[in-house]
Write a protein that binds this ligand. Structure first.
Ligand code: HEM
Length: 465
């Protein structure tokens, strides 16, 4: 067995951090091309092993997942997401995953379609032919409204969504790779660190408003705090049926079943996790989809043909989604080229062999969707936008885990079916009426943080079809 995998040369102390921070995307792809299945990187001064062979990725996420855990890359992410589902581990995670699962039950999710399309139609009510829109902002506003109604049983008005969005920016910036952060300890009160903590406080304040609304407690809120109850989806319904939104599940566990583990801190952490994990990723999927459709008119025309045939002008329902096969492929292919979560991290709990190399206990593993989804070994013309790659005969030709936008194994995305239904309904509802024409011709630049964002807002003109 070979001892150490090959990898790029680094500079003292910071290793490859500078190259990674300057352009993580070309860095990941060039390491894949230069070093193959396993590359040894040096990020933040520590060695990291990047895996691009789907079989190795499957071992880490699925078949040998017990040998790995999510690493604590940075204490600051704990300040944000606490012990919510994304970060918790072991028995605690298992219990919470089981507890929250009913909120994602397919029968429940199917019943949310009308709420999802109502919000989409309300957005379209504000659009008009020839008007300019910022695609990423529109998609994020829409997906926030949907996630808070689906998971918390409340509605946010536009001002609350805007307040939230304004505070997501400093959060995103905080997790961009940065050489300086490698060298400056987290406790140093830089301007950026202060902004980050202020943003968390604002989001916590918004979540407190959600709790106050749902508990109906007295709280010294401004006359209109921008958070209101909703009459169906998540709110306590009049027939005495148990609402299965996430917040209702947590509050019942605490109040009715007296489960002391569900304390204020856990409720805060789960709400924060769902709010952040549950809207940004779907908004990005849709943003990249609009971008790709606008640049690929033949594919856009094929999408329109399917929508016209299946829906004929109707608002799509859950039952239609089964027939919107091309629409689904468009979304899958957009997530291949632009995976909203562009890399996953794991820590080896024991020494392991990967790709013929010994990877020591405690090593950081990088599983880069970005580099694997664009690997010419698994995709012909990998940079081409070609939704038919997801036709069943062609997916069968690829190894499992050559595509993993939602991760895999026990820690796979709990919101996968929710977000696919949501994205299909939104794309179907909007694309029946409108095309989005990009204001600029140039390809977009990307920045990597916890998720992968366009560097600049994507501006477009709304065109009636
Ligand atoms: C296109 C949309 C989405 C993408 C691409 C996406 C991607 C992912 C990925 C890659 C993971 C695995 C992380 C890891 O293994 O380290 C994950 C986990 C997770 N996602 Fe998503 N996600 C999406 C939508 C959603 C939605 C809508 C929700 C909530 C409603 C959600 C909530 C979560 C949670 C709570 C976890 C942690 C699950 C666990 O560890 O048990 N995601 N997601």
């Amino acid at each position: 067995m070979r001892a150490t995998p090959p990898g790029p040369k680094g500079v003292p102390v910071i290793g490859n951090t500078q190259r990674f921070a300057r352009d993580p995307f070309s860095f990941l792809s060039s390491c894949r091309d230069a070093y193959g299945d396993v590359a040894r990187l040096s990020l933040g001064g520590d060695p990291a092993y990047m895996l691009t062979n789907p079989a190795d990725i499957e071992r880490v996420l699925v078949s040998e997942e017990r040998k790995f855990r999510k690493p604590m890359l940075n204490d600051d992410i704990r300040d944000l997401l606490g012990n919510g589902l994304l970060l918790s581990e072991g028995d605690f995670w298992r219990r919470e995953r089981r507890r929250t699962q009913p909120a994602f039950d397919m029968r429940r999710i199917a019943g949310l379609a009308g709420m999802m399309t109502d919000h989409t139609e309300a957005m379209l009510g504000d659009w008009a032919d020839g008007e300019a829109v910022t695609v990423d902002t529109e998609m994020a506003r829409l997906t926030v409204k949907i996630i808070v109604e689906a998971m918390f049983g409340v509605g946010f008005d536009d001002a609350t969504v805007e307040r939230m969005q304004a505070n997501l920016e400093p959060l995103g910036r905080h997790f961009e790779p940065d050489v300086l952060r490698t060298l400056v300890p987290d406790w140093v009160p830089t301007e950026e660190n202060r902004e980050y903590h202020a943003a968390i406080e604002t989001l916590e304040d918004i979540l407190e408003g959600v709790l106050a609304e749902r508990r109906g407690t007295e709280r010294d809120l401004p006359a209109d705090d921008g958070i209101g109850g909703t009459d169906g989806v998540g709110g306590i319904d009049a027939n005495g049926n148990q609402p299965m939104d996430l917040l209702s599940i947590l509050l019942r566990a605490r109040n009715d079943d007296g489960d002391e583990d569900v304390d204020d801190a856990l409720v805060r952490d789960e709400l924060m996790t769902m709010l952040l994990a549950g809207h940004d990723t779907t908004a990005l999927t849709l943003t990249y989809t609009w971008y790709l459709l606008a640049r690929n008119p033949a594919i856009e025309a094929e999408l329109h043909a399917e929508l016209d045939e299946v829906l004929g002008g109707r608002v799509p329902t859950t039952a239609d989604v089964r027939d919107l096969t091309y629409t689904e492929r468009v979304l899958q292919e957009a997530m291949r080229l632009y995976p909203p979560v562009h890399m996953l991290f794991r820590e080896a709990l024991t020494g392991v062999r990967l790709g013929g190399y010994r990877v020591p206990k405690g090593s950081l593993l990088v599983l880069p969707q970005w580099a694997v989804h664009r690997d010419p070994r698994y995709y012909d013309d990998p940079l081409e936008f070609d939704p038919d790659r997801f036709a069943s005969d062609r997916t069968a030709e690829r190894p499992n885990y050559a595509y993993f936008p939602f991760g895999g194994g026990p820690r796979h995305c709990i919101g996968k079916r929710f977000s696919m239904l949501e994205a299909t309904l939104i794309l179907g509802t909007v694309a029946q009426k409108y095309r989005l024409e990009l204001a600029a011709d140039e390809p977009i630049d990307l920045r990597g943080s916890l998720t992968m964002h366009p560097t600049e807002p994507i501006e477009a003109i709304v065109r009636e079809r």
